[in-house]
Design a protein around this ligand. Structure first.
Ligand code: DX5
Ligand code: ZN
Length: 229
């Protein structure tokens, strides 16, 4: 499998957590593979209290869309499932720095890359940015959570904006190329605030799939982060 091209500009990543799985194909169809990512929230009822889906559903998404599959692993011991998600067709796996791992976090990130995927690292709201610093050379994406992971539909934590700004400054200082993602409570207004702070990948679940007109809601988000609305 050749790696999917990554758009250079801002990316909106609709989170299928808020989609209607009884009409999964039609929900996925609103995602434009040329510009958007499909964000897949995997939860294990251990690292977070919620339980969602695993490689089986990621594999189903792979059959239904050409979009880049951005898989957010809110699970303990993600290293034990890397191959399964790779075979399912994931393009990127993001692990949490706070999760339990059999080995050190850097080794897991490198194993993701060795399996042909991009490697992301996520930090929860109460985790300082410093926890990610030792791993910045091993990542393709840093995810700054803007809600406590576990559920869609929560309110954006505006005190995370400073963390996004600091991460963006770190990236500039290092001349690094990793993407800076925000996830949780993202709608056009909060996405704009995060974009101004330096974020360039915007996960949104309820703001898209729970909107009366999801296609228009997705378009509004794209426009908000492009800075021309
Ligand atoms: C939360 C998940 C998010 C979730 C966001 O733990 O990581 O990706 O889908 O949902 P909204 O956009 O509704 O806050
Ligand atoms: Zn997520």
């Amino acid at each position: 499998m050749s790696p999917r091209a990554i758009p250079a500009g801002p990316i909106v990543a609709p989170s299928i957590l808020s989609a209607d799985f009884a009409r999964f194909d039609r929900e996925l169809a609103i995602i434009d593979p040329r510009s958007d990512w499909a964000h897949c929230d995997v939860m294990d009822n251990h690292f977070v209290p919620n339980l969602t889906f695993g490689p089986l559903i990621v594999g189903a998404a792979r059959k239904l869309t050409e979009a880049f599959l951005d898989v957010h692993l809110m699970i303990q011991h993600p290293e034990r499932l890397l191959d399964a998600f790779g075979k399912a067709g994931a393009d990127q796996l993001t692990i949490h720095v706070e999760a339990e791992h059999d080995t050190d976090v850097d080794s897991v990130l490198r194993a993701i890359r060795a399996a042909g995927m991009r490697a992301g690292l996520a930090i929860k709201p109460r985790t300082p940015l410093a926890a990610a610093e030792p791993h910045l050379d091993a990542i393709d994406l840093l995810l700054v959570m803007t809600v406590e992971p576990g559920f869609g539909g929560q309110a954006f934590m505006s005190d995370m904006v400073a963390k996004v700004r600091e991460a963006s400054q770190w990236r500039a200082a290092r001349g690094a190329a990793w993407r800076l993602q925000v996830d949780g409570g993202i709608a056009p207004d909060t996405a704009k605030v995060c974009a101004a702070a330096g974020a360039d990948v915007f996960v949104a679940g309820s703001a898209i799939f729970r909107a009366p007109r999801p296609i228009e809601a997705l378009a509004a988000l794209r426009q908000a982060v492009a800075g021309d609305s």
